[in-house]
Design a protein around this ligand. Structure first.
Ligand code: FE
Length: 350
């Protein structure tokens, strides 16, 4: 069975289950409990609400969302303890998902539908979390001043060619921590520390703002290259803001390769809470998020790439989807976080 067919089979199962166990059934407490699911989400996108509505339509399960930053939600789940109403923890970046895992807040899920839909390198090996969308951490560059061949590798970004010409956000940002964690995994600490010193030598200014601000700084001539997650650029290129679209006429997106194996890839995803009061409904929601329909909708509206190899990125994302992705397991980034931060701080990366 192909992954896609398995997901459809999973969805059919969800639909038939929903059909024979209405939430109004008073005799069974479990049926009533399966009537809702509480999502603690560090993602704040309109498309996510749209997804939850589709899930409710398909299953009858109501989705309650509590939004916050990943650290806020993790602290909240910790203080709520065994009484936490959280069923599902949703976060961008494998490093944020790992923090919840490391705090003991996520429980392993065994699901054939999830294992079939999500490649092994994009989920936690025990099933504590699954990546549903991919993003690449890559380079936005001034097309008038930089040749794509000059930024073919991650080493290139730290090379003397770009002294004083790089914009990047702060070192404590989770996207940077995961990237540097991956570099440590690939290169070891010594070469990665040297790379971080090269990054600091290349800074056009002290780190400030988010990824979009770095892209805009390239447009403004502050720097020639910037590190950014792919979806920020794609949303600027395809969004409603004419100013943002104009930026992407001048600033282009390049996908450097790590050791010739492809660009550094991360995920956004979710896991089931260790004390989930609605565990069955939580697993059903994860299986829904893994469906081809859900992945396609998020890719189309949010500029992220589907996690499943069998799900093609739709437009406008498709125009930026033809790149090699490094196969490194995303679960390796989190355990390197502390080492990554220490190494960046030592290099002077604020
Ligand atoms: Fe982001």
């Amino acid at each position: 069975m192909t992954p896609r067919l398995t997901v459809f089979a999973g969805l059919a199962a969800i639909l038939s289950l929903a059909a024979c166990s209405p939430a109004s059934e008073p005799a069974a407490e479990d049926a009533a409990a399966a009537g809702e699911v509480n999502v603690y989400s560090a993602r704040h996108y309109d498309v996510d609400q749209k997804l939850y509505e589709q899930f409710t339509e398909a299953t009858g399960i109501k989705v309650n969302t509590i939004e916050g930053s990943a650290p806020q939600l993790i602290a909240r789940m910790q203080s709520e303890g065994a009484a936490s109403p959280a069923d599902v923890f949703v976060a961008a970046d494998a490093g944020a998902l790992w923090r919840a895992q490391e705090a003991g807040l996520l429980s392993p899920v065994q699901s054939e539908a999830l294992n079939a839909a999500i490649p092994e390198n994009l989920r936690e090996p025990e099933g504590r979390w699954f990546g549903f969308q991919r993003r690449a951490r890559v380079v936005a560059y001034d097309a008038a001043k930089v040749q794509p061949a000059e930024i073919a590798s991650y080493e290139d970004i730290a090379s003397p060619r770009f002294r004083g010409q790089l914009c990047v956000r702060s070192s404590d940002n989770i996207y940077n921590l995961s990237l540097v964690g991956a570099l440590i995994e690939a290169w070891g600490p010594e070469k990665t520390a040297e790379w971080a010193r090269g990054i600091v030598a290349n800074l056009a200014r002290q780190p400030e703002g988010g990824d979009r601000d770095q892209i805009r700084a390239v447009d403004a001539g502050v720097c020639q290259i910037a590190l950014t997650n792919s979806y920020y650029y794609i949303r600027m290129a395809a969004g409603d803001d004419a100013g943002d679209r104009a930026v992407t006429e001048k600033v282009k997106l390049a996908f450097p390769s790590l050791d010739g194996q492809g660009a550094h890839v991360n995920v956004s995803g979710a896991g089931v809470a260790a004390n989930a009061p609605h565990r069955e409904a939580a697993i059903r929601l994860l299986e829904f998020l893994a469906s081809a329909e859900a992945q396609t909708l998020v890719s189309q509206e949010n500029g992220e790439y589907p996690a499943s190899p069998g799900v093609a990125a739709p437009e406008p994302t498709a125009a930026y989807a033809d790149f090699a992705a490094h196969p490194m397991p995303v679960a390796t980034y989190g355990p390197r976080q502390a080492e990554a931060q220490a190494l960046m701080t030592a290099a002077g990366w604020r």
